[in-house]
Design a protein around this ligand. Structure first.
Ligand code: ADP
Ligand code: MG
Length: 257
């Protein structure tokens, strides 16, 4: 996937201001950024839902998106929601395969309103997977889940990615979630990708690894969030910092020196 010089304006306000972004086949990329910085706008463009843009956007034809709100049609059973919008008359078995992949096959005949938050999010993921995407776009898919359900859902996405080998672009506002899942973490600011960090830690990721702590501090700094424990900044591997921006946080405290 390749994006270059992508511009999107709303009422002449530039929300995307020359975004450049490449994602390799099979790569897992997380996109962080403050609320309102344009993450969802970018994802909608990549999903083909917004074409009022300038710039180059090359995306795989087979791509699928799942949003924070599962957006299930309440008058259709779960399995019908999963195949909704697929060309032709897809069979139930197609939906069931995707539902099995997300551990929800036993709820195929349920009505959406009877699902828990985590189940609804699984159904939404199944609806994306049934499209057999080369690029899976996820817009804060765990944002509305409680902490425990969220952990399960994160593991599920990691597993799906490992099994399928598709590229994933995950929008999140959670630094730890990004570090848990991604090969590469991007930070969006001022309408473009302002910073990127490769996460060269073995999987499953160990939150006790000092490199984890260093990366976390670095990314929080990039987001303009100072850590409560200022000591976490030491041991930072700034050589791995591929960022294009100034080495200073918005609050001027310089989390990565
Ligand atoms: N359809 C729209 N019309 C006008 N403004 C919009 C529209 N969609 C998004 N925006 C604005 O663009 C900015 C970025 O929004 P969004 O991409 O949703 O941010 P994020 O997902 O990073 O929180 C926000 O200021 C938002 O109000
Ligand atoms: Mg958003």
């Amino acid at each position: 996937m390749r994006v270059d010089g992508l511009v999107r304006e709303f009422d002449r306000r530039r929300v995307l201001d020359g975004v450049r972004l490449d994602i390799r086949a099979g790569e897992f990329v997380a996109l962080l950024g403050r609320s309102g910085c344009g993450k969802s706008t970018l994802l909608r463009v990549l999903a083909g839902l917004d074409r009022e843009i300038e710039g180059e956007v090359l995306v795989p034809r087979r791509r699928a998106v799942a949003f924070q709100a599962p957006r299930l049609m309440p008058w259709k059973r779960v399995w019908r929601n999963v195949v909704l919008g697929l060309p032709g008359r897809p069979e139930r078995a197609v939906a069931e395969r995707a539902l099995t992949e997300v551990g929800l096959d036993h709820r195929a005949d349920a009505w959406p309103k009877t699902l828990s938050g985590g189940e609804a999010q699984r159904a939404s993921l199944a609806r994306a997977l049934v499209r057999d995407p080369d690029l899976l776009l996820l817009d804060e898919p765990f944002g509305a889940l409680d902490a425990l359900t969220r952990i399960t859902a994160q593991r599920l996405v990691a597993e799906v990615w490992r099994e399928r080998g598709c590229a994933v672009l995950l929008v999140t506002h959670d630094v730890e979630e990004a570090l848990l899942l991604a090969d590469r973490v991007l930070v969006m600011a001022d309408g473009r990708i302002a910073h990127e960090t490769a996460v060269e830690l073995p999987r499953p990721r160990d939150v006790g690894d000092p490199r984890w702590t260093a990366l976390r501090a670095q990314l929080l700094g990039r987001l303009g969030v100072a850590e409560a424990d200022g000591g976490a900044e030491s041991g930072m591997d700034s050589g791995r910092d591929g960022g294009a921006g100034a080495r200073r946080t918005p609050d001027g405290r310089g989390a990565d020196r």
